[in-house]
Each structure stands twice: as C-alpha cells, then as structure tokens.
Design a protein around this ligand. Structure first.
Ligand code: NAD
Length: 408
C-alpha cells in the first residue's frame, strides 16, 4: 500500500466484485478526488476496476493506494457494488461500515446476517428519491443504464430495423415500441428508442409523467382508468393497484401491446412484487418476431411468461428477462455508481473520519444495521421483527415545586 497522509484517518476499502458477471466497481479514479479531499484514505483491491476500464495506475495517480483483498477487507469502511457474500461476508467484523446495494426489502435475511456480524450496513437502494438525495440515488443511475440497454437488447433480437427508411428498394416502416412504466428506466428507454428512429408509445399509471413522455417525443397512452391516488403514491414512486384495476388495465392495454413490435416493461412499486401487466394471452396476440424485454424480471416480472435471466419463445414472440443489465455497460454504470457512493460517503466524512452517527436524514434512511441489530423499520417489518423503541427522550427535569404557602 502506498503511504497516504494521516494514517489514523478512516481507511475506505474498495473490493473487486466477486459475483459472476458483475463487472462494475464501486469507485472510479474520477470520483476519488472529493473523497480524498475530506482527509480519508482509500485502498483499492488490485484489478478491481479492470473490467470496467479503470487500471490500478489510474487510481494511484489520483491518490488512492492499491492493496490486496485482505487489506481491503481490513479497512474501516467497505464500499462495494454488492454486499459481500459467502467467505467475504465472514470477514466483515463488528463496527465495520459497509456501503453497498443489499436489496434489504427483498432480501432482509442478508441484512440480518450483517447485523449478526455487528457491522453497520448502509443499503444504497434505500436512498430516498428526494432532490437532495438525487446525487446518491444508485437505483436511478443504474436504471438509466438498464433502460438504454433494454432497447438495444430488443433491437438486436428484432427481425426488423427501428427507423423509417425510404430507399430505392422500397420504404421500411418504423418499428413500434411500447414502454410500460415511465419511471427512470422507462424514460431512458423512450429516449433511446426515439434516437434509434422508432415510433414510441408509453404508458404509466401516474398521469404526472405524461408531459415528460411527450417531451421525449413519445405518445402517452391514456387509459380510461380511475387510478387517481391509487396509482400516484408518494414522491416519485407509484402505489400498488387493486386486483380489479390491474385487470382492467390489462384489458385496455391488450390492443396496444398486440400492435407493437417491441414492448419494454419497467413497472414497479417499490418494495413489492412487480405487477403483472402483460398476460400470456396478450403475448399470444402479438405478431411472431415481436420482442418483449421485461426489466422487472428479477422482481417477478411485468409479463406473465417472463423467466428471470432467460429468453423464452412464446409462439414466436421472444420474452427476454434480463438481470443486471447495468453490469453489461460497466464503464458508465461504474462512473455513475461511484459518484453516487462518493457523494453518499461525503455526508459522513469530517476531519478525515467517517462518522455513521451523523445527523442526516439520508444517512438515517439508508442505515439498515447497527450495533448488532437491524435498525431500519421497514426491514425489521420484512423480518417480522417488532419496531425498535424510539430513542428514549431526555429525562424531564422534576417539576419545580411552585406551590407557595399562602399566608393565612
Ligand atoms: P421507477 O419506480 O422509477 O419506475 C417504475 C414506474 O412504474 C413508475 O413510474 C410507476 O408509476 C410505474 N408503474 C407502477 N405500477 C404500474 C402499473 N401497474 N402500470 C403502469 N405503470 C406502473 O423504477 P425504475 O428505477 O425505472 O426501475 C424500473 C424497473 O426496472 C424495476 O423493476 C427495476 O428493478 C428494474 N431494473 C432492472 C434492471 C435489470 O438489469 N434488469 C436494472 C435496473 C432496474
């Protein structure tokens, strides 16, 4: 390890990701600057950035040290893309801070495992979708990449081209692309499909996104559905629809789905199983050769026949259920992820030390474990654990005896 200033300051370790196919890295040379300015030290596992296009020398040029996996895991703070698994998790020790994605609502047992090891786990998926937290929102930055790649995946599986072409050999009609769910991934998919020259339609249960859809050059599909508050939810997230409304939605969308060459589904309700919007019957109505890319595959899928991680042929229609698309564009996905991580860590850095006790709502909302227990209320709920007692209020001073003897 190279000698960095202030050997007593907090050491942040960046491991090489161990999960198969995970080519991203949690820190890039570009994101190091502001972190190091805070006086902390950073050690990167040798080769950690290689697959994403960042050589060891690029990190040392910016002031980080290169170390072994043991040195990285011995650091005070571990910052990773994925929460360490298996033997790596066994190395996590009491008091160590881990900052990574950990899917604590879908997989609360992992959170419990970190609590059992006494570590302080921050799950970056829990960063709230607020204006101040935007620069740390890994779900948004990575969904942006996924939306882009979903369109390319569909294009490479489609036996047609996307744009309108007028040639001496005849006119080629543009492909019709339907995007269901116009959140972060959906809007990125709309923009990409438009850039490639297709005719794009988009649907979302939140009417508020209509203007954004139109500003990207797509037609907003309006359904006569009374979703109102039911769909809108709070902040940038939708709420779950009732079974009845969902059924109505399927019926109303069937024609648009059948007329599309490509359907990209991105509908999600945070922390819930993905709603099934495209049924097997709807897929059967599509022309052979059509393609569906279901970005919600890992959450159960928006499309009934979707199998996560596989392409299923349903009567000549390809139903693709990709997982971890951001890792297929590791350079840019890492650039954004690392910036999110650096911005997040900076909330806690003062005088060369990372202080997880800092009073900040973003830090509070992402903290999943602390002091041997799961502390996040929603994760505790997912584990069937009772909510923790609110921190004891400071003891009230004994009321002073104000009764005065009234002279009789
Ligand atoms: P988001 O919350 O920003 O957007 C989801 C959208 O779905 C919202 O606009 C919401 O209003 C809409 N929606 C919810 N229920 C609906 C319904 N019944 N009908 C129509 N629209 C509905 O989420 P995001 O960040 O864009 O992510 C979208 C999906 O993509 C998630 O499931 C996410 O896990 C997934 N994703 C997959 C990959 C991958 O590699 N496969 C990568 C990143 C994200």
């Amino acid at each position: 390890m190279s000698d960095q200033p202030g050997a007593s300051s907090t050491l942040i370790g960046i491991p090489k990701e161990a999960v198969d196919g995970e080519l991203r890295v949690a820190m890039t040379p570009a994101a190091l600057g502001p972190l190091l300015k805070g006086g902390v030290r950073v050690v990167i596992e040798s080769g950690a950035g290689q697959a994403a296009g960042f050589a060891d020398a690029a990190y040392t040029d910016k002031g980080a040290a290169i170390g072994t996996r043991d040195e990285v895991f011995a650091a005070d703070v571990l910052a990773a893309v994925r929460a360490p698994e298996g033997a790596d998790r066994e190395r996590v020790r009491a008091g160590q801070v881990v900052v990574s994605m950990a899917a604590p609502l879908a997989d609360p047992e992992t959170a419990q495992a970190f609590a059992d090891r006494g570590a302080t786990l921050f799950a970056l998926e829990m960063v709230p979708r607020t204006t101040r937290a935007q620069a740390m929102d890994v779900l948004s930055s990575q969904a942006n990449v996924a939306g882009y790649k979903a369109v390319l995946l569909a294009a490479s599986n489609l036996p047609k081209m996307y744009p309108l072409l007028t040639t001496a050999a005849g006119t080629i009609a543009p492909a019709k692309v339907l995007i269901i769910g116009a959140g972060v991934a959906g809007l990125s998919a709309i923009a990409t499909a438009r850039r490639l020259g297709s005719v794009v339609e988009a649907y979302d249960v939140r009417p508020a996104v209509k203007e954004e859809v139109q500003s990207l050059g797509a037609r907003f599909v309006e359904l006569p559905l009374e979703t109102g508050q039911e769909g809108s939810g709070s902040g940038a997230y939708a709420q779950q629809l009732s079974e009845e409304t969902l059924k109505k939605q399927q019926e109303l969308l069937a024609k648009t789905v059948a007329a599309s060459d490509v359907v990209i589904t991105t509908a999600q309700v945070q922390g819930k199983k993905a709603p099934v919007i495209v049924t097997s019957e709807m897929v059967a109505q599509m022309a052979p050769g059509s393609v569906i890319v279901d970005l919600a595959a890992e959450q159960g899928g928006n499309c009934e026949p979707t199998v996560a991680g596989q392409t299923t042929d349903v009567g000549g229609v390809k139903v693709i259920g990709p997982v971890n698309l951001p890792a297929t564009i590791p350079t840019h996905a890492s650039l954004m992820y690392a910036k999110n991580v650096a911005n997040f860590l900076q909330l806690m850095v003062a005088d060369g030390h990372v202080n997880p006790e800092v009073d900040d709502d973003i830090v509070r909302e992402t903290m999943v474990t602390r002091g041997g227990q799961v502390v996040h209320p929603r994760v505790r709920e997912a584990l069937g654990q009772e909510s923790l007692a609110a921190p004891a209020a400071p003891a009230e001073p004994e009321p002073a005896d104000t009764t005065e003897e009234v002279a009789g």
